[in-house]
Design a protein. Structure first.
Length: 195
């Protein structure tokens, strides 16, 4: 698959089969992630690959975070919600947690470190798609929590930027629709074009 086709046909695939994903494919996906641009060549991305039983601890952490927001832990509704949170990482055979560990240096802008890791995540999503896999990038408040930071051993400056769920697609192919680039683009050909 050429790069333009991969970019234009990639979609978030939230429903995947439980079938295992070969380790060689995960290696290729991770390698693609390391080829993102990073200012000063800091390579601030950190990857954590969760498979099999390794996904369960993340589920327990997600449930414990939600538990703190519930009024009545013993209600049937609360118990269902906690179970749902605990099972989230089991929705795909592979979850790649992607974090940023910014380089602390006066020459390095932290915003650029985050940008590099977000570019890495896009590479991962495109590589998974090109290899015939489905993937979805999940975030939310729990992703950025102190509990998740602690679980993955991130530094005080580090932060989790997403959980990428990967597997073989088990849903209809989705068609994407985007605004034409002309609707969000301004051509600047001389200094009078600035408003």
């Amino acid at each position: 698959m050429d790069v333009m086709t991969a970019i234009m046909t990639r979609r978030s695939i939230g429903i995947v089969k439980p079938d295992p994903v070969p380790t060689e494919l995960i290696h290729q996906i991770l390698e693609a992630g390391t080829y993102a641009p990073a200012h000063h060549r800091t390579e601030p991305w950190r990857f954590f690959v969760l498979t099999g039983e390794g996904r369960k601890k993340l589920g327990k952490t997600l449930a414990s975070i939600v538990e703190k927001s519930l009024d009545d832990l013993n209600s049937e509704e609360s118990q269902k919600r906690l179970l749902k949170e605990e099972q989230k990482p089991l929705r795909a055979p592979v979850v790649i947690a992607v974090a940023v560990e910014p380089t602390i240096n006066h020459k390095v802008l932290v915003k650029e470190e985050y940008a590099a890791v977000n570019a890495s995540i896009q590479n991962i999503l495109l590589a998974a798609h090109a290899l015939g896999l489905g993937a979805i990038w999940r975030t939310g408040n729990v992703c950025y929590s102190q509990e998740v930071k602690k679980q993955f051993g991130l530094s005080d400056h580090g932060e989790m930027l997403g959980f990428i769920y990967i597997g073989y697609p088990d849903m209809k192919e989705l068609k994407g629709k985007r605004k034409h680039f002309s609707e969000v683009t301004k051509w600047i050909e001389d200094d009078k074009d600035f408003s």
